[in-house]
Design a protein around this ligand. Structure first.
Ligand code: NAP
Length: 278
């Protein structure tokens, strides 16, 4: 029997509905600021989607669009201004930034209390040491999908393919925090299929279309597809369509994890606002 699809939309809609009600109950309107440097079409579309969702749930969302030639100093000055603006609760600098700007310096400049992407080293450290933090949105979305569809996490062997700072590593932290047994694989992993075949849950965050094939997974696996590649205008995931014949559950691509990433950004903004403003 083909896998049951773990659609992101119903989960994201539930998060949106809950947040809209909670935001309407606040005595202030939380502020979210997007900063985009340059005209990368994918970044422009991501920021538009995030801004639209933010407005739809009652946040005060604005985008700062900076030209490609913006210097690092100019970008840092804008971040400082937003850090000091009491009406701003969340700041998101859309990555990638142009090559002449060091994204590590930029991410470290954001006030950790307003770091709604959860990428600041302080939030990363808090996550790994089990303290309250703003969680990276994509990994938080994976957990929310699993919980929504009532799939077990504790004790499950979760194999994460990919070790980036924005997906693979924080995904490991959030699954570990829920008492999963976690393996992280990457491009230097020896005999990847031997590992992925042991997975109860596989997280594919590589960015190579159809990378995880049916003969790399066991029967009944839960397959969470994060990677996305655009081929002839179509979005294709890291998990090969044939995996649907073996998996018990599978996130569709598109329509799976991506929607959750945006929903979790909204939740982070709400949480950041409530924590900072008491
Ligand atoms: P990344 O920084 O390029 O990381 C890719 C990871 O895949 C690296 O750790 C790399 O290993 C590993 N890898 C590459 N080739 C491999 C191979 N042959 N075998 C095993 N591992 C391999 O990418 P990212 O930022 O994490 O993003 C990954 C994908 O997720 C991209 O397609 C991105 O567009 C997508 N994404 C989706 C969402 C969403 O909401 N759905 C959010 C963010 C990103 P090394 O570290 O050894 O190089």
């Amino acid at each position: 029997m083909p896998a049951q699809l773990l659609k992101g939309k119903p989960v994201a809609d539930a998060v949106k509905e809950e947040l809209s009600a909670k935001i309407a109950d606040l005595s202030f309107v939380p502020g979210l600021r997007f900063v985009r440097v340059g005209e990368d079409p994918a970044s422009m579309s991501y920021v538009r989607g995030k801004q639209k969702m933010a407005e739809s749930i009652g946040l005060d969302a604005q985008t700062h669009e900076l030209p490609e030639e913006t210097t690092q100093e100019e970008l840092l000055a804008l971040i400082e201004e937003l850090n000091n603006d009491d009406n701003v609760d969340g700041i998101l600098v859309q990555l990638p930034v142009p090559d002449h700007i060091d994204d590590t310096v930029v991410l470290e400049a954001i006030n950790p209390e307003k770091d709604v992407d959860g990428f600041h080293p302080e939030n990363v450290g808090r996550l790994w040491t089990g303290q309250e933090s703003l969680l990276p949105c994509t990994p938080a979305g994976l957990i929310r999908i699993m919980d929504h569809y009532e799939l077990p996490i504790q004790g499950q062997h979760v194999v994460i393919v990919g070790r980036s700072n924005i997906v693979g590593k924080p995904a490991a932290a959030v699954f570990l925090a829920r008492s999963a047994t976690v393996t992280i694989a990457h491009s230097r992993t020896l005999d990847l299929p031997a590992l992925t075949k042991q997975a109860d849950v596989i997280v594919a965050a590589v960015g190579i279309a159809g990378f995880i094939k049916a003969d790399m997974v066991k029967e009944g696996v839960v397959a969470l597809d994060v990677g996305l590649t655009r081929i002839d205008g179509k979005i294709v995931g890291d998990i090969h369509p044939d995996v649907a014949e073996k998996a018990a559950y599978l996130t569709p691509m598109p329509g799976g994890t991506g929607r959750m990433t945006v929903a979790m950004l909204m939740e982070n903004t709400y949480n950041a606002a409530v924590r900072r403003r008491g």
